[in-house]
Design a protein around this ligand. Sequence first.
Ligand code: BGC
Length: 760
Amino acid sequence: MKKRNHKKESSHFFFNRFTLNHLFIVCYLGVINVYAQSNTAVEEKITRIISKMTVDQKIGQLALRGTSSRSKDLPEQLKQDVKNGKIGAFLNVMNKAYVDELQRIAIEESPQGIPLIFARDVIHGFKTIFPIPLGLAASWDAETAKSAARVSAIEASSFGIRWTFAPMLDIAQDSRWGRIAESPGEDPYLASILAKAYVEGFQNNDLSQPTSLAACAKHFIGYGAAIGGRDYNTAIIHQPLLHNTYLKPFEAALAAGAPTVMTSFNEINGVPASGNKWLLNDILRGKLDFKGFVVSDWNSTTGMIDHGYAKNEKHTAELSFNAGLDMEMTSKSYENHLKELLEEKKITETQLDFLVANILRVKFQLDLFKNPYRSKTFTGNYYDQKHLDLAKKAVIKSSVLLKNNAILPLNKNTKVAVIGPLANAPLEQLGTWIFDGDKKHTQTPTSAFTNNKVNFKFTEGLSYSRDTSTQGFKKALEIAEASDVILFFGGEEAILSGEAHSRASIDLPGKQEALIKALAKTGKPIVLVIMGGRPLSITNIIDDVDAVLMAWHPGTMGGPAIYEMLWGKSEPQGRLPVSWPKTAGQLPLFYNHKSTGRPFDPKSFVQMDSIPVGAWQSSLGNTTHYLDLGAAPHFPFGYGLGYTRFSYKNLKISKTTISKNETVSLSVTITNTGKNAGSDIVQLYIQDIVGSLTRPVKELKRFKPIFLEKGETKTVEFTITPKDLMFVNNTLQPVLESGDFNVFVGNNSANTLKTTFTLN
Ligand code: BGC
């Protein structure tokens, strides 16, 4: 086919293809957008398109062709494949001219003129990088997550990207797992609130808008339950647990309108997710009523051969196809084998049509049939001041103050020694999955200190987080001696977390502990600012430092936000979305564990060092604990300090007995008893004391942020509904069981007031 004038041709093309039905043309070219049209009209169009497609073209729609995230060229073969209708979507085409060209070929030259979708991992920012998702989770704030997603969508859509592989919704209880950095943390309720916010932010409540990205809820499912925190590892999750915990954020994302779901690399209970019919068909399409399309993860279909589940590539295709996996990412088992499988009657064309329809439906929702091209005039407003302001706010919302011996906030004229490998590390502070973020735009702590005329001297001491050379210690000690306060910026480089970056130890890498210990000997107060992709063990140095601020990998605006927090122009507002371990040996660790038959009791705990040598064997302490450290985390889920103090009193409950269709209200009185105005997050947990399936010791059910002036008192109210008390039981039925419930209200999962009620 000759090259044609594309502008003129495209409308002509539309007429050619769809003249069959007058009504269709009216809808197609009309002012109302496709998304706003009735589902029936769209479904009719889909059926009509499919009726014209050959089997090869149908199979082509199921292909998500990947180029590497670094790829710079557009191979001729790709163009040919698009022209032949062999590709339905692309990931990682990061050259605007190529995006335009590939789309033009799809629209003008491919057999049915079906638009392509361009996808990318836009995870916590495109150009303007926000804190890593675990950091955003620490904000406990839907608006913060939503703003990150919205800014990401605006910037990324300028490249023609209309589909992001986010939000990642894997509940994660193990900080060894590198991808905890991308996760919403350990709690299904918090994760569900974030899931909804991300979807709303990416999609802006109208997928047809050119700056909306289709969200992809991933990874379905149980990826975060990888045994031992080793990436890609086996997950064993019994079905009620799957429903009560792991599925929750996915349900929320789907309810918010996420039109796509990505399968996970892992097997769950012996069956890899990408060939798991029960998971994709019965659970996702059945129970969750999902109407969008399912995409595999990168080669996760052919990965089933390594799992020992598929015999070969052809078998892979059969399993995934019959499980209901619509689109295959990068691997080509569908392209190479579906036709043959059809001929052999191992799969049906009806199912093929079903998968194609699921994909076309999303293309219609994105309005790509009408508006396939990215705007040539829209620049994406990269690093726009508004975007930077939102990114800075997100850092303040998500940074967690773990310790403060009244050293923070610092006084204006404090003479500061800035030391550590992450004080001026523009790339490292951006974190994992930041393909498009430009480190030249990163504002580091040292640059922010310079801009704000802080009285400081800087030396890294260690040139990167894993550095084991002590050469820089001397200079570090010199500037420390000459300062009032040491600010140590430690943690881990971006590359130490994220996919395939699990760690067996979660200690500060390299010689960081040694340097902190040496600095402590100067007697100067130390403020430790951590940048990292996971909670890191700071047990060995916690007593050497006066304050600890967890900034996660904070993104582009880490520096200015950290400056504001350290000098008290802003208060750190984050609360832990995961339990912070003392050591890796405690992992997995999560607050919403079961009670066990021998619950941990600090009163009977016998610490290892107090056991006499040659002691007679006995069940010391007799509870669920470790001899060397007990059972508690270093910092509990929900924990975080600010620059004031609050007292929680008078937890009141509206009724002590309710029936199964009644709600119950609770109120608590909170007073700011500290020296400054400040904010807190009031958290409500429930325990179903006796259940037909044992229930967690606490489950987060509500939370509310509050802001109180110094000395101010406020009453915060919550309402609990019967739905909050339900769970999925052993027969997989949602049940509401009579009995006694504990209600806990406080400012973290371990520091709560308690009351009870009975459900009749
Ligand atoms: C990751 C996904 C990601 C995909 C595409 C995979 O390796 O597991 O989360 O979306 O690559 O880049």
